[in-house]
Design a protein around this ligand. Structure first.
Ligand code: AMP
Length: 302
């Protein structure tokens, strides 16, 4: 049974200190499904776009063996749109606008055959929609969830309900501090695990990631990158690589979760090398594997 991804599909306007791009393909589902597609397939997505969404984007996803049966295209409506600006410190992003557009009336309808998917990634969308998805699943075994400050600030009650029903929460360091109301990341992690998820991954932008669970912690190294063009989607690429790898081998030992965190970091590192989804569109499994080895060598010592 395939991997199911539910989240946003959108058009982004992105400004970095080096460049600017408008109308770029974005959205949590888009990045997640592309990253996961290098490990497993087909990846089934459920989402919604307006009739302004380009057919080229649809073809590109299909070429990555992404199953689009659950994609709704609403005539006369506009696709979700997000605008952001990065500072010189590319870990800091100012969201400029979030136009939910077609998402305001979105009701995620999971196709019958995907309701049995044991593996589901709840990408970054309104927690109330994440609950609607969870309610439709018949045999959930491994649920990975992402969220962001927009929802922690605006829909905390629903988000807390979601957290009780997921196996892994993936968030970044500032979101972890916001969610737990605790500045120290270790204390913050304990508080968040207390909210429900079995495992917690805290991403630290270009400084690596922490995996918490089973009363233990793993610190994934940062990949030393000279060229970061666009950090947008890095978190989603991480979630796609992490879950895609686990979906492929179904080994949930902590040891294998650590490897999955490194594969997530590998996919995030490819994502940020180019604007929008371009860094995830033309990879080979060999390139991915080689970068995994580089990651391993970065932090190996006796
Ligand atoms: P990331 O950089 O991993 O946090 O993901 C960025 C993607 O998330 C962008 O392509 C946006 O289109 C999408 N996004 C931003 N804000 C939201 C939101 N409030 N709900 C759903 N998706 C969002």
């Amino acid at each position: 049974m395939g991997l199911l991804v539910v989240g946003s599909i959108g058009l982004d306007d992105i400004e970095t200190p080096f460049d600017k791009i408008e109308n770029a393909l974005g959205g949590s589902t888009t990045y997640i499904s592309l990253a996961a597609s290098y490990f497993t397939g087909p990846v089934s997505i459920v989402g919604v776009v307006g009739d302004d969404f380009s057919i080229e984007h649809i073809k590109m996803l299909e070429n990555h063996n992404v199953d689009l049966e659950g994609l709704q295209i609403v005539e006369g409506a506009k696709t979700f749109r997000y605008g952001c600006r990065y500072n010189y410190d590319l870990n800091v992003r100012d969201s400029l606008y979030t136009h939910l557009n077609v998402f305001e009336r979105f009701n995620p309808n999971i196709p019958a055959r995907n309701k049995k998917s044991p593996f589901v990634i709840l990408g970054n969308i309104a927690p109330s929609l994440q609950i609607t998805v969870l309610d439709q699943l018949e045999e959930p075994k491994f649920i990975v969830c992402d969220t962001m400050n927009f929802w922690i600030n605006g829909a905390l009650d629903d988000l807390l309900k979601v957290l009780k029903r997921v196996n892994v929460l993936i968030i970044n360091d500032s979101e972890a501090r916001l969610l737990s109301n605790e500045p120290n990341l270790i204390k913050s992690a304990h508080k968040i695990i207390g909210m429900g998820p079995e495992y917690l991954i805290i991403k630290k932008g270009e400084h690596g990631a922490l995996l918490f669970g089973n009363n233990t912690v793993f610190s994934a190294p940062a990949y030393p990158m000279e060229n970061i063009f666009d950090p947008t989607g890095a978190g989603d690429a991480f979630a796609g690589g992490f879950t895609g790898y686990l979906h492929k081998n179904r080994d949930f030992s902590f040891h294998n979760l650590k490897r999955a965190v490194i594969y997530g970091s590998v996919m995030a590192s490819f994502c940020v090398e180019k604007f929008s989804t371009k860094g995830l569109e033309d990879l080979s499994y060999l390139e991915i594997h080689n970068r995994f080895i580089e990651f391993r060598e970065l932090s190996s010592f006796n």
